[in-house]
Design a protein. Structure first.
Length: 150
Protein backbone atom coordinates (compact mmCIF):
# COMPACT_ATOMS: atom_id res chain seq x y z
CA UNK A 1 0.00 0.00 0.00
CA UNK A 2 2.78 2.45 0.93
CA UNK A 3 4.56 1.82 -2.36
CA UNK A 4 1.37 2.50 -4.35
CA UNK A 5 0.80 5.74 -2.43
CA UNK A 6 4.44 6.80 -2.91
CA UNK A 7 4.10 6.26 -6.66
CA UNK A 8 1.14 8.66 -6.74
CA UNK A 9 2.83 11.51 -4.86
CA UNK A 10 4.33 13.16 -7.97
CA UNK A 11 0.89 13.22 -9.60
CA UNK A 12 -0.68 14.65 -6.45
CA UNK A 13 2.00 17.36 -6.33
CA UNK A 14 1.47 18.20 -10.00
CA UNK A 15 -2.28 18.53 -9.48
CA UNK A 16 -1.79 20.61 -6.31
CA UNK A 17 0.58 22.97 -8.14
CA UNK A 18 -1.78 23.32 -11.08
CA UNK A 19 -4.79 24.04 -8.85
CA UNK A 20 -3.14 27.16 -7.55
CA UNK A 21 -2.18 27.72 -3.97
CA UNK A 22 -5.41 29.16 -2.57
CA UNK A 23 -3.29 30.25 0.39
CA UNK A 24 -1.65 26.86 0.85
CA UNK A 25 1.63 25.79 -0.77
CA UNK A 26 1.26 22.72 -3.02
CA UNK A 27 3.64 20.60 -0.94
CA UNK A 28 1.71 21.54 2.20
CA UNK A 29 -1.52 20.55 0.48
CA UNK A 30 -0.06 17.15 -0.44
CA UNK A 31 1.33 16.73 3.08
CA UNK A 32 -2.09 17.39 4.62
CA UNK A 33 -3.65 14.99 2.14
CA UNK A 34 -1.20 12.22 3.02
CA UNK A 35 -1.71 12.82 6.74
CA UNK A 36 -5.44 12.47 6.27
CA UNK A 37 -4.92 9.37 4.16
CA UNK A 38 -2.84 7.79 6.90
CA UNK A 39 -5.60 8.49 9.44
CA UNK A 40 -8.25 7.05 7.12
CA UNK A 41 -6.21 4.16 5.72
CA UNK A 42 -9.06 1.72 6.31
CA UNK A 43 -11.05 3.60 3.68
CA UNK A 44 -8.20 3.14 1.24
CA UNK A 45 -8.42 -0.59 1.71
CA UNK A 46 -12.11 -0.56 0.78
CA UNK A 47 -11.62 1.72 -2.24
CA UNK A 48 -11.03 -0.09 -5.49
CA UNK A 49 -9.09 2.84 -6.95
CA UNK A 50 -6.45 4.28 -4.63
CA UNK A 51 -5.64 7.04 -7.12
CA UNK A 52 -9.20 8.35 -7.16
CA UNK A 53 -9.42 8.18 -3.38
CA UNK A 54 -6.20 10.17 -2.89
CA UNK A 55 -7.24 12.78 -5.45
CA UNK A 56 -10.58 13.08 -3.67
CA UNK A 57 -8.79 13.70 -0.38
CA UNK A 58 -6.48 16.24 -2.00
CA UNK A 59 -9.40 18.08 -3.58
CA UNK A 60 -11.33 18.17 -0.31
CA UNK A 61 -8.23 19.50 1.45
CA UNK A 62 -7.81 22.15 -1.27
CA UNK A 63 -11.45 23.24 -1.02
CA UNK A 64 -11.19 23.53 2.76
CA UNK A 65 -7.89 25.42 2.71
CA UNK A 66 -8.86 27.76 -0.13
CA UNK A 67 -12.37 28.42 1.13
CA UNK A 68 -13.78 27.50 -2.28
CA UNK A 69 -17.55 27.67 -2.40
CA UNK A 70 -19.85 25.45 -4.43
CA UNK A 71 -20.41 28.17 -7.04
CA UNK A 72 -17.86 27.87 -9.81
CA UNK A 73 -18.18 31.44 -11.06
CA UNK A 74 -16.61 33.02 -7.97
CA UNK A 75 -13.32 34.03 -9.49
CA UNK A 76 -13.78 37.08 -11.74
CA UNK A 77 -12.30 37.08 -15.20
CA UNK A 78 -8.95 38.87 -15.29
CA UNK A 79 -8.72 42.26 -16.98
CA UNK A 80 -8.06 42.12 -20.75
CA UNK A 81 -4.41 41.76 -21.61
CA UNK A 82 -3.28 40.35 -18.26
CA UNK A 83 -3.27 36.71 -19.42
CA UNK A 84 -0.25 36.01 -21.60
CA UNK A 85 -0.12 32.21 -21.89
CA UNK A 86 -2.06 29.01 -21.36
CA UNK A 87 -0.74 28.50 -17.82
CA UNK A 88 -2.00 31.93 -16.75
CA UNK A 89 -5.32 31.28 -18.50
CA UNK A 90 -5.78 28.01 -16.59
CA UNK A 91 -4.88 29.75 -13.33
CA UNK A 92 -7.53 32.40 -14.12
CA UNK A 93 -10.32 29.80 -14.27
CA UNK A 94 -12.75 29.66 -11.36
CA UNK A 95 -11.41 27.05 -8.88
CA UNK A 96 -13.99 24.33 -9.47
CA UNK A 97 -13.82 24.68 -13.26
CA UNK A 98 -10.02 24.55 -12.99
CA UNK A 99 -10.22 21.34 -10.93
CA UNK A 100 -12.42 19.60 -13.51
CA UNK A 101 -10.28 20.82 -16.40
CA UNK A 102 -7.04 19.64 -14.76
CA UNK A 103 -8.35 16.22 -13.78
CA UNK A 104 -9.65 15.56 -17.29
CA UNK A 105 -6.69 16.98 -19.22
CA UNK A 106 -3.67 16.73 -16.92
CA UNK A 107 -4.58 13.55 -15.03
CA UNK A 108 -6.41 11.91 -17.94
CA UNK A 109 -9.41 10.91 -15.83
CA UNK A 110 -12.76 9.99 -17.33
CA UNK A 111 -15.81 12.11 -16.57
CA UNK A 112 -17.03 9.37 -14.25
CA UNK A 113 -13.73 9.32 -12.36
CA UNK A 114 -13.72 13.11 -12.03
CA UNK A 115 -17.29 12.96 -10.72
CA UNK A 116 -16.16 10.50 -8.03
CA UNK A 117 -13.11 12.56 -7.07
CA UNK A 118 -15.11 15.79 -6.76
CA UNK A 119 -18.30 14.17 -5.44
CA UNK A 120 -20.44 15.78 -8.12
CA UNK A 121 -22.73 14.39 -10.85
CA UNK A 122 -21.25 13.54 -14.24
CA UNK A 123 -23.48 16.21 -15.83
CA UNK A 124 -21.86 18.81 -13.60
CA UNK A 125 -18.42 17.62 -14.68
CA UNK A 126 -19.45 18.01 -18.29
CA UNK A 127 -20.90 21.50 -17.83
CA UNK A 128 -17.93 22.76 -15.79
CA UNK A 129 -15.53 21.37 -18.36
CA UNK A 130 -17.46 23.01 -21.16
CA UNK A 131 -17.44 26.38 -19.37
CA UNK A 132 -13.74 26.01 -18.57
CA UNK A 133 -12.88 25.32 -22.20
CA UNK A 134 -14.94 28.28 -23.39
CA UNK A 135 -13.35 30.58 -20.82
CA UNK A 136 -9.88 29.38 -21.82
CA UNK A 137 -10.69 29.92 -25.47
CA UNK A 138 -11.77 33.51 -24.81
CA UNK A 139 -8.79 34.25 -22.58
CA UNK A 140 -6.33 32.90 -25.12
CA UNK A 141 -7.97 34.79 -27.99
CA UNK A 142 -7.68 37.96 -25.91
CA UNK A 143 -4.02 37.19 -25.16
CA UNK A 144 -3.30 36.63 -28.86
CA UNK A 145 -4.94 39.97 -29.74
CA UNK A 146 -2.84 41.78 -27.17
CA UNK A 147 0.35 40.17 -28.53
CA UNK A 148 -0.65 41.08 -32.10
CA UNK A 149 -1.10 44.74 -31.16
CA UNK A 150 2.36 44.94 -29.57
Amino acid sequence: MRQRIAELIPRLRRYARALGNGGTAPDELVRRTLERASREIRLALTNADLRLWLFSLLHETYVQSAGVQDADELQPRPPPGTVRNAEQAIAALPPLQRAVFLLVTLEDMSYEQVAKVLSIPVDTVMSRLSRARETLRLLLIDAARVRAVK
